[in-house]
Each structure stands twice: as structure tokens, then as C-alpha cells.
Design a protein around this ligand. Structure first.
Ligand code: MN
Length: 739
């Protein structure tokens, strides 16, 4: 195993300002945490994070990345926590390690949910910081290098995932060396026979054509020398997987493949690249259609090179890539080649600290990766654009939930399960209580708090962004309204029975539905509640001759209001035919109990001058809408004077634990002086009233008249607010409107 000082030396080789103390601490901490854990190979577990750190040093990444590589499995596999790591190594490193833990959970997700095709993009989205992905790739690379120790039945899945997700991801990030190695390792694990065959043939070919290659290489060297260009030439054999996939795609046999060999020509500067290209093209004929200039127009991932194929000295096709050493570094390491640490330049710590913000640049590069330039990536990119409108969040158990951007915890709850959405009362996002309307961010862990007593408020419909949540809220709202109308219908029917002195029983109710042409009893009750079917019809069918279906003039008295009136014994409160007071009615329990808008009756409150628990109230029936509640003294009731049938006797029945607020309008007269409006708002706020609306009625020389709609719990609460307002010196008068 690599020693502590060896690791530090590897980093110091490219970063003289290495934070030795940090690396030493991370080394010791990870070693202690993993303790006696063993890998499948029997090696101490710690050898794995150490090898991952070594790969990170090959990529020449910063100290934090190396430390993160050492720590990357501690949260998932040991007693370490994010908080502990934050305390010991700072928030930045803790966040990176946490990101890796989340990706580990993603792996689990991909298994159960076949999300592989988009998982690559998920990874991009979940990793705020590109270093998370770099360490993840290094982690996967080491796991693939040691996959022979993994039980055979598990290898396939890991290799498949690597092939489908991590190798293309490395390619997207421009890290060709990592991509090729991941591809070959996966290929070998997935198709061991094919791999052995191709690797064998390649070895054969090398033996047979070894001299040819040397001849060609020598000819190239000579040609460049004559042109006075200093260059290094390396022969290059295609990798087994790339040959395999070419054979698959083009349905060719191994022997038919023409470009198994190629050469890379490394040059000291950009001008030499074009001069060398000219030298090649004048010496040997170029193959048409094979020349590509990725220097003047680099690939999106930063790749630069000149590609060409010539008919070479031995009359065979020779594939050539010409590039500078800098370009080669980008070609091999991609994003990881970003020159945070230029070779040989001594860097002081301050500058390094400044430059680590250069990773913001890397984040931007991720956006570029998302727009690859190869034609076959076109389709994928179309999907990617969709994907950029998404956020990816997790359940506490690590299940991934993909949502459109702007989605709230409510959307999240519904995405998990409709029942969870319907009973959702609160949410913790990343462990913190968060308002349900807060838009979620990538990587958020969302815990939904539920209550079986909850039903989704209709107002949520305008808050959510997913169709599923909207439909479910609508469904729940409709179901609830239906329940309310059924409640009203039952009440009306019940009273109709009482009026005739007939016993009421739910058992009979069951039979009535089909009897009157409804699917079931509830449909009948809803129809009665909505005023679409009259209780009177039910009564005259059940008790012929007794229910009084016709009035004195022989006109059929039907319709909902009439029925409701006769069956509920409605009357004008205070103007009752029998002159009973509201209190008396309450005593005999005939008044309809009002439990707020969420109760079991279809109830609304008058838009202005609403009624508050504690007020004496009356209801006004509107067919199809239910009951509108007014305070008994409301002038708005005047318009119903000629429609006594619509008046309903009602009483408050608000449960003790209700949190429903009721609208009420107050009029305030305030002295014109700076800050008086703020004083009013402050007084109301401090008394826990919600201001819903505020209008300036009149602005006099000295006074301003305001009308304020406030939401309060009850009359007592309103009185408290009004007292508080009156106590302020800027306020000269407060009164309730319509109340
Ligand atoms: Mn690992």
C-alpha cells in the first residue's frame, strides 16, 4: 500500500504548495474509519480509497480532490458522518464527500428503475461540483480494475453500468484515456470470449506487422526531419473494445478492418501542426473525406487535433493525428487537464486558493459537455435539453425523484405516492423544515411529514408544477366537495323523515339509491345536496299521500329550496314565524352545524364582511353551490329579504384543533404621518392576523381611511386585533365592516 509520504510526494510533483497536513489527516482518518474492513480481494479496504487517490493524482487534481478520494467511502461504509467530516476537514470537502455518497445511492436507483440512459445526465445534475464526478470516475476505474474479485453474478451489472454510464460520461468530459480503459475493462467483463479473441488477434497482428509499422514510422520521421520539424511519433493500436464495436456497427470481420493502426505526431506548437500536416500531404496522397481540423474548430469538450488518413509509403492507409503536447493533455484528460497547476510553476497557497474558484469554470464546462458535437449525439442532446429543465431529489432512503424545475415538496410528495401527497402537511429539505411552496434544488433530500387528518387544500393546485400533483389535488378537492354535498343531502333527507315522524335508518338508505335511479345511496345524497333531486320526491314515493307533493293550488311543489326549507324548518332568524331565538334553536339542535370550509357541508363565507366563529350567523342557500354564511347583522343580507326560502338556520361547530382562518373586513382611520401604514401592519402582524388586502378609501388632510381584509381565527381574535390597533397613537378609529 502507498504510504502517506508517497501520496504527498505524488501531489507535490505537480503542486509544490501541497497542503501536506490536510492529506495526512485525511489519510489517517480514512484508514482508521475503514479499520479492519476488507475488500472482495482480501486486501484491507483502505487500499481502495488510496488507489482512487492515486488516480486523482494522475489527473493532477487539487488537494481537496485527493482528500475527497481518500474519504469518498467513509460516509456510506463507516461510522463517519457529513457533520464530522465538515468539522474535521471543512464544509467544502464534506459537501464533495456527500455528493459521492449520493451518487452511490444513484447506482442503486439505476438498478431498480432502468434509468441508465438518463443517469449520466442525472450525475451531471447532482454534482454541483465537477470534482465529485472526477473522483467518482476514479472510484469506478479502480473498481473495474479489480472486478475479477467481485463474484461473477455481480460483475455483469457493474460492467454494464460502467459501459452505459461511466465510460460515455468520461468521454463527454473529454477524458479519453479513462473512457477507453473503462470500456475495455467492461468489455472484458461482459464478453470475456470476444475480448480474448480480439486481444489475441491484435497480438498476432502486432507480431506480423511489427516491421511494417516500424517502416512506416521511420518514413514519417524522415519526412518531418526533411521539413525541419521537430516531432515525436507514437504508433497506436486500436483498443479491443473500439475494434469490437466497429465490427458490430459495420458488420465487418477483424481482417477487413483497415485502420487498426494509427500514428500520433506530437509537436511543440500550433504552427508546427499545420507545417507537419503539409509535409505529410505533399509526400503521400491523402484519402478524401478523412481530413478534419479540430484545431481551428475544437470539439465542445475542448479536444483539439488534426486528423487525416494518407496512402502511406507501403501503399497502405495510415491514420494520422497531429497535435501539440498541451492538446494531447486535454485529449487524454479532458476536464481534468484544466491548467489549475501548470507544470514547473511554483504556486503560493493564496494563488491556489484563488484558483480553486476556477472550478466554477469547470461547472460551466459541464454545460458544454451537455452539447456534444458528434452527429450521433444529436438525439441525446435533444433529450438533454428536456433534462435541463429538471431537478433531481432524493427520498431519505435514497430513492431518486426526478421533477420539473420549479417543483415543490408537494410535487415531490405526489411523485412518491398519491397517498403521501394527499396527507402531506410539511417537509424537511436537507434536514431543515421548509415551506411547502419552496422550489426544490438538485440533490435535495426531501422528507415529507404526513397527517392522516390532512386533505390537500385546493389552493395547492396553483402552487404545484407537475400534472400528477395537480390532477390528484383536483381529484381530492372534488371528492371532498362530493362528500360535503352528500353530507348536506343526508341532512336534508334526515330532516324530511323527522318531519313526517318516520324513523331514519342508514339501512334503508342503501336501497334508495337504485330505487330512484342512482348507482348508490351516495349518488342520491349528492344529487339532493346539490339541489338536482328533491327530497320531497323521495318522501312522496316512500310515503304516498303523506308528503304533500302539491300545494293548495294543485301546483307541484318541488325543487330543492322548497324541499330544503320544509325539511330543515328554515326560517328567518329573528323574524321566525314562531318567533324563536337563535339560542332556542341551538338548544333543540336543529340548526345546521358549520365546521368551516373544510367541514362536511358545502359552505362558503360571504366575500365582504365575512362571519367569524363567535358571531351569530345565518346561511343563504344557493342551489348547486351550497350555503353562504353571513353574520346576522350583515347589511348584505338585505337582498335576500324577498327570498325567505333560502334562509338556513346555522350554528358554529368549529373543532378545537381547527387552524382555519376566516376573512373579515375592518375600517381603520389613521393619522397622516410617515410610517403610520407600517404601524398598522405591525399591529396586525403582532396580533397574529393575516392581512389579505388593503385599500385606501380616502385620503384627507389629516387622516386616511383604510379598508383592510384580515384573516383571523374567531371573533375574540378580531377583537384583540382591533384593541391592539386602537392602542396605537397613529390610529384614531377602528371598526368592523358589515359586522
Ligand atoms: Mn469507492
Amino acid at each position: 500500500m502507498m504510504r502517506q509520504y508517497e501520496l504527498v510526494e505524488r501531489v507535490a510533483a505537480y503542486n509544490p504548495a501541497v497542503d501536506e497536513e490536510l492529506l495526512n489527516r485525511a489519510y489517517v482518518y480514512a484508514m482508521q474509519k475503514h479499520g479492519t474492513q476488507k475488500r472482495a480481494s482480501g486486501d484491507p479496504y483502505f487500499s481502495h480509497p488510496l488507489e482512487v487517490a492515486a488516480i486523482i493524482t494522475d489527473l493532477r487534481l487539487d488537494d481537496a480532490s485527493v482528500a475527497v478520494a481518500l474519504l469518498h467511502d467513509t460516509i456510506e461504509d463507516t461510522s463517519a458522518t457529513r457533520d464530522e467530516i465538515a468539522t474535521l476537514f471543512g464544509k467544502e470537502i464534506a459537501k464533495l464527500v456527500d455528493g459521492l455518497t449520493k451518487i452511490d445511492r444513484l447506482d442503486l436507483v439505476s438498478r431498480e428503475a432502468r434509468q441508465a440512459e438518463s443517469l449520466r445526465k442525472l450525475l451531471l445534475a447532482v454534482s454541483d461540483d465537477i470534482r465529485v464526478l472526477l473522483v467518482k470516475l476514479a472510484d469506478r476505474l479502480h473498481n473495474m480494475r479489480t472486478i475479477e474479485w467481485v463474484p461473477e453474478n455481480k460483475r455483469g451489472r457493474i460492467a454494464e453500468e460502467t459501459m452505459e454510464i461511466y465510460a460515455p460520461l468520461a468521454g463527454r468530459m473529454g477524458m479519453q484515456a479513462v473512457r477507453e480503459e473503462l470500456e475495455d475493462l467492461s468489455f472484458r467483463a461482459l464478453f470475456p470470449d470476444a475480448y480474448t479473441t480480439i486481444a489475441g488477434k491484435l497480438a498476432d497482428l502486432r507480431k506480423r506487422t511489427g516491421s511494417d509499422i516500424e517502416t512506416i514510422q521511420e518514413a514519417l520521421r524522415q519526412r518531418l526531419l526533411e521539413a525541419g520539424i521537430h516531432a515525436e511519433i507514437r504508433g497506436r493500436q486500436k483498443r479491443p473494445y473500439s475494434i469490437f464495436s466497429k465490427m458490430q456497427k459495420k458488420a465487418l470481420g477483424f481482417e477487413q478492418l483497415s485502420d487498426i493502426f494509427g500514428f500520433r505526431i506530437f509537436l511543440s506548437d500550433l504552427g508546427d501542426c499545420y507545417r507537419a500536416l503539409g509535409a505529410m500531404h505533399t509526400a503521400w496522397p491523402m484519402v478524401p473525406g478523412r481530413f478534419k481540423d479540430y484545431i481551428s474548430t475544437p470539439k465542445q469538450n475542448g479536444y483539439q487535433s488534426l486528423h487525416t488518413t494518407v496512402v502511406g509509403p507501403e501503399k497502405q492507409r495510415v491514420e494520422l493525428q497531429l497535435r501539440t503536447w498541451d492538446m494531447d493533455r486535454v485529449a487524454e484528460y479532458g476536464i481534468a487537464a484544466h491548467p489549475l497547476y501548470k507544470d514547473g510553476i511554483a504556486a503560493d497557497k493564496e494563488r491556489l486558493a484563488r484558483e480553486s474558484s476556477a472550478y466554477a469554470w469547470l461547472r460551466q464546462t459541464v454545460e458544454h459537455i451537455a452539447h456534444g458535437d458528434a452527429p450521433e449525439e444529436f438525439l441525446e442532446n435533444t433529450k438533454l435539453e428536456l433534462f435541463q429543465d429538471q431537478v433531481f431529489c432524493f427520498t431519505p432512503k435514497g430513492r431518486l425523484i426526478a421533477l420539473p424545475r420549479g417543483a415543490t415538496p408537494i410535487d415531490f410528495a405526489y411523485a412518491v405516492h398519491t397517498d403521501i401527497g394527499d396527507t402531506c402537511v410539511g417537509a424537511k429539505v436537507n434536514g431543515k423544515l421548509t415551506p411547502l411552496v419552496t422550489p426544490l434544488e438538485n440533490g435535495d433530500e426531501v422528507e415529507i411529514m404526513r397527517s392522516d387528518a390532512q386533505r390537500p387544500p385546493p389552493a395547492w393546485e396553483s402552487v404545484v408544477v407537475t400534472g400528477k400533483a395537480r390532477a390528484a389535488i383536483r381529484r381530492a378537492t372534488r371528492a371532498h366537495a362530493r362528500k360535503q354535498y352528500a353530507g348536506l343531502g343526508r341532512h336534508i333527507l334526515h330532516r324530511a323523515f323527522e318531519k313526517l315522524g318516520e324513523p331514519w335508518s342508514d339501512v334503508h338508505l342503501k336501497e334508495y339509491g337504485p330505487r330512484f335511479g342512482f348507482d348508490d345511496a351516495e349518488d342520491l345524497l349528492v344529487a339532493i345536496g346539490r339541489g338536482k333531486f328533491s327530497a320531497e320526491e323521495v318522501m312522496s314515493a316512500l310515503f304516498p299521500g303523506r308528503a304533500g307533493g302539491e300545494d293548495a293550488n294543485g301546483r307541484r311543489r318541488s325543487g330543492w329550496i322548497e324541499t330544503a326549507r320544509s325539511s330543515l324548518d328554515f326560517h328567518l332568524p329573528g323574524r321566525s314565524r314562531r318567533g324563536r331565538s337563535g339560542a332556542e334553536q341551538r338548544a333543540d339542535g336543529k340548526a345546521l352545524p358549520i365546521r368551516g370550509t373544510g367541514g362536511d357541508m358545502p359552505v362558503r363565507f360571504a366575500p365582504e364582511g365575512g362571519a367569524l366563529p363567535g358571531d351569530r350567523i345565518v346561511g343563504i342557500l344557493t342551489p348547486g353551490e351550497g350555503i353562504t354564511i353571513y353574520p346576522i347583522q350583515s347589511p348584505a343580507l338585505k337582498v335576500f329579504d324577498n327570498e325567505p326560502d333560502r334562509w338556513v338556520d346555522v350554528r358554529w361547530d368549529i373543532p378545537d384543533d381547527s387552524t382555519e382562518r376566516f376573512p373579515v373586513r375592518i375600517r381603520v382611520s389613521a393619522i397622516n404621518e410617515p410610517g403610520s401604514l407600517a404601524e398598522i401592519a405591525d399591529a396586525i402582524g403582532r396580533s397574529e392576523g393575516n392581512i389579505d388586502n388593503l385599500r385606501m378609501l380616502e385620503r384627507g388632510r389629516d387622516f386616511t381611511e383604510l379598508e383592510i381584509d384580515v384573516e383571523v381565527w374567531n371573533l375574540k381574535h378580531l377583537n384583540h386585533i382591533m384593541r391592539t390597533l386602537r392602542a396605537r397613537s397613529v390610529i384614531s378609529g377602528v371598526s368592523r365592516v358589515n359586522g
